[in-house]
Design a protein around this ligand. Structure first.
Ligand code: HEM
Length: 484
């Protein structure tokens, strides 16, 4: 086999890739050694800003196949026929740690899914938990600051973690979930994915439904205890990445079955829980799961940096027939992600192969910017409207309009009849077996007992007690036993 010649970035052959050019044998290096200069300079620029959250992750390609007819609820083209297949890319992640952090830790997992549909890319950027810690995006930067490394100590601090939760009673439900058995998934393959938010579906007749997405793992749920996780982290910090990569390379393709809960839009106002409150679930007895299709991951990316690190998912990438709900958290996210991408990857990140549409082409008048690679054909106009056959708007709404009323202002989310910060956390606790309760309490006490201030501990215990008196009492006793 003839050897390919090593070249500089401009394509010129490289004479020596082992010795830099010097002024005489043993002399200083010459500035004219273009290959050395380019190699070192290029190397210095290999890293880009990491994601401010969900920095550590793994990704894979696959497809989604519709198994059940949902055309009565959404006009989305990729869901329009049983048997229809759409190419997908899924990035899993942990949340709090920086790039290089360990995989097997107690933390929610990201479940960010891109459907490359014929009507554009649809991004569903969810987690492995059906709820979240907060319900207003204005709290998100404070929340994340409290969970990531402390600016002084440079490590995660129990004081910060629990101080935030002491001031956020609405987090009790998600904290109960996180500290429970599912808090450390055994791998990305052995956990569910949830859209978490409520979204809107609109059918061809223009009728609106609110929808929650549930991707149930077909591998079965498997989780690790705190001890098992600590041992695994010591052996393989990249355990989730190893598992996903090797499983797909072996031809053992992980899959998830997608179910949805659907609520006719007219029922939202009087539902017992605020359906747009991200700290709440809709009990399945109120809105049962309906099967939609199957997601399979069957191809590893060729290059982790190009395809996983540079992947960009944004909750505001909708397709016709799917839209946002008034969930305030979701509304905040509609801004935050594309803004993060413009900072992290640049304004032309949508041109990268992993982010560009695959089943259609993007046609618009956005132009230029750093790293523009979308040279438009000769004579293509860069303004709209124009008289030269450029792309035009459809005039068709993407989703049904929703009625709003009231006054502008900094309002708390409206409380429905059964809404408080604790009821659903208590329900989750009461569902657990005795052994599960014991593990939950031990996990909470393990963290909470490390907090330096009694008032922060007491406030957190009060939240668990408000969810369920027995829950609060047990946490209090377990914390006391560890601190005495
Ligand atoms: C107002 C609340 C939130 C804000 C402002 C926010 C903001 C962000 C930002 C800025 C990123 C980094 C994006 C990037 O650099 O590519 C990110 C990543 C992510 N967020 Fe959020 N987030 C919020 C809540 C949530 C919630 C509730 C979920 C899940 C239900 C979620 C799931 C994710 C996932 C999965 C990623 C990683 C996406 C990927 O793999 O590239 N976030 N978030």
């Amino acid at each position: 086999m003839s050897k390919r010649v090593l070249t500089t970035e401009s394509g010129a052959p490289v004479a020596d890739n082992q010795n830099s050019a010097t002024a005489g044998v043993g002399g200083p290096i010459l500035l004219q050694d273009q290959h050395l200069l380019e190699k070192l300079a290029r190397f210095n620029r290999e890293r880009i800003p990491e994601r401010v959250v969900h920095a550590r992750g793994s990704g894979a390609y696959g497809h989604f196949e519709v198994t059940d007819d949902v055309t009565g609820f959404t006009s989305a083209d990729f869901l329009s026929e049983v048997g229809k297949k759409t190419e997908t890319f899924l990035r899993f992640s942990t949340v709090a740690d920086s790039l290089g952090g360990a995989d097997a830790v107690r933390d929610p997992r990201g479940f960010a899914l891109k459907f490359y549909t014929a009507e554009g890319n649809y991004d569903l950027v969810g987690n492995n938990t059906p709820v979240f810690f907060i319900k207003d995006p204005i709290k998100f930067p404070d929340f994340i600051h409290s969970q990531k490394r402390d600016p002084f100590t440079g490590k995660q601090e129990a004081d910060n973690v629990w101080d935030f939760w002491a001031h956020a009673p609405e987090a009790t439900h998600q904290v109960t979930w996180l500290m429970g058995d599912r808090g450390i998934p055994a791998s990305y393959r052995h956990m569910n994915g949830y859209g978490s938010h409520t979204y809107q579906w609109t059918n061809a007749q223009g009728e609106a439904f609110f929808v929650k997405y549930h991707f149930k793992t077909n591998q079965g749920i498997r989780s690790l205890s705190a001890d098992q996780a600590a041992e695994l982290v010591g052996k393989d910090g990249n355990s989730h990445q190893t598992d996903l990569l090797q499983s797909i390379e072996r031809g053992v393709y992980p899959s998830w079955t997608l179910y949805v809960q659907l609520m006719p839009a007219a029922e939202a106002a009087d539902y017992r829980f605020n359906p747009f409150d991200l700290t709440k679930v809709w009990p399945h007895s109120d809105y049962p799961l309906q099967r939609v299709g199957r997601l399979v991951l069957d191809r590893n990316p060729d290059n982790v940096f190009a395809e996983v690190e540079q992947a960009a998912f944004s909750p505001n990438n909708f397709v016709p027939g799917i839209g946002p709900s008034p969930d305030k958290m979701l509304q905040g996210r509609l801004f935050a992600y594309a803004d993060a991408h413009r900072y992290r990857l640049g304004v032309n990140h949508t041109l990268l192969p992993v982010n560009a549409p695959k089943a259609t082409v993007a046609n618009n008048y956005g132009r230029d910017g750093l790293m523009a690679a979308n040279a438009q054909g000769r004579g293509a106009k860069n303004y709209e409207p124009n008289s030269f056959g450029g792309p035009v708007e459809t005039g068709l709404p993407l989703s049904a309009p929703l009625a709003i009323h009231g006054y502008t202002g900094t309002h708390e989310a409206p409380a429905h009849t059964k809404d408080d910060d604790f009821f659903q956390a208590g329900e989750l606790y009461r569902l657990m077996s005795e052994e599960e309760k014991q593990r939950l309490v031990a996990n909470i006490a393990g963290g909470l007992s490390q907090v330096s201030r009694d008032d922060i501990i007491e406030k957190n215990i009060a939240h668990f007690a408000a969810a369920d008196a027995d829950y609060g009492k047990r946490v209090e006793e377990a914390v006391r036993a560890l601190r005495d």
